[in-house]
Design a protein around this ligand. Structure first.
Ligand code: OAD
Length: 256
């Protein structure tokens, strides 16, 4: 385990282009439940039953109740050590991109630069009817909403969460930013079950382009065998240990 950590730290120390892909596990230590863990269910619904345009069309109140619950929960959470370390790296590396599947906004709250929100944001809304008067998305951090479901301020119709649902494409501009970042020295994938595509394929593409790929997760995933290095454990612990190795390495070299 320590061998993997040393190798990862060595490669990170010599890297200038770093891409990090994160999933729900990064926010677990902040108290945000993951989607597919034992505590990931909400009122006995699976995420695939709620996070779809069809579910919203059928029962917008039910879907909004779930998002309202998550907005309230996340509003009471704080970034953890994993977010903090990644935020520090975003300022340290000349080229750093954090591609997150998380919609909770905790990376941004930790001060991370260059975040690509692959699946959108809990804190943005858009018009369900895509009315001509409304912007593509707008920010709304109201917790709780006065009226549920919330309304589009432009046409008075239904507003929807500004997130990507199953069956919906990733915004091509967002995809393009993510794909550009995969030309990197090290690609780190942290806290994702790697079952939702296209996000789950990003590390493979980085590897095809010559990057060293590292997975950090307490559990093996379907993608584990495809990584160059696997650090099996919680993100908040391993990122903290990597950061400690990196800082002791730089202290060493600056004192020589
Ligand atoms: P999942 O809930 O599928 O997976 C969370 C992963 O985090 C699992 O592999 C856990 O082993 C791992 N994990 C748990 N605690 C951890 C910790 N402390 N440190 C590191 N890892 C930990 O969440 P995602 O992979 O993010 O999409 O899910 C992907 C997408 O599915 C989400 O973005 C969302 C969901 O449906 C949409 O809503 C479109």
């Amino acid at each position: 385990m320590d061998f993997g950590l040393h190798r990862a730290a060595e490669r990170l120390r010599n890297a200038s282009r770093v891409a990090v892909v994160t999933g729900a596990g990064v926010s677990a230590a902040s108290g945000v439940p993951t989607f597919r863990g034992a505590d990931g269910l909400w009122s006995n619904f699976r995420v695939e039953e709620l996070a779809t345009p069809e579910a919203f069309a059928r029962d917008p109140r039910l879907v909004w109740n779930w998002y309202e619950w998550r907005r309230r929960l996340v509003a009471g959470c704080r970034p953890n050590r994993a977010h903090e370390v990644l935020a520090a790296w975003s300022r340290r590396y000349p080229q750093f991109t954090l591609i997150t599947q998380n919609v909770d906004g905790l990376h941004e709250r930790a001060g991370t630069r260059n975040v690509v929100r692959f699946h959108g944001s809990l804190w943005e809304l858009s018009c369900w009817d895509r009315c001509a008067g409304s912007p593509e998305r707008w920010r709304d951090e109201t917790v709780p909403f006065v009226e549920l479901p919330p309304r589009c301020p432009h046409c008075g119709g239904l507003a929807r969460p500004g997130v990507v649902w199953f069956g919906e494409p990733i915004d091509p501009r967002v995809s393009a930013r993510a794909i550009t970042a995969l030309d990197c020295d090290v690609c780190l994938v942290v806290g994702t079950s790697a079952v939702v595509y296209p996000a789950a394929g990003l590390a493979d593409e980085a590897r095809n382009r010559g990057a060293l790929t590292i997975e950090i997760n307490p559990e093996p995933t379907d993608a584990t065998p495809r990584f160059d290095l696997v650090l099996q454990g919680p993100a908040e612990e391993f990122l903290d240990r990597l950061e400690a190795e990196l800082s002791s390495g730089s202290r060493l070299s600056s004192s020589q």
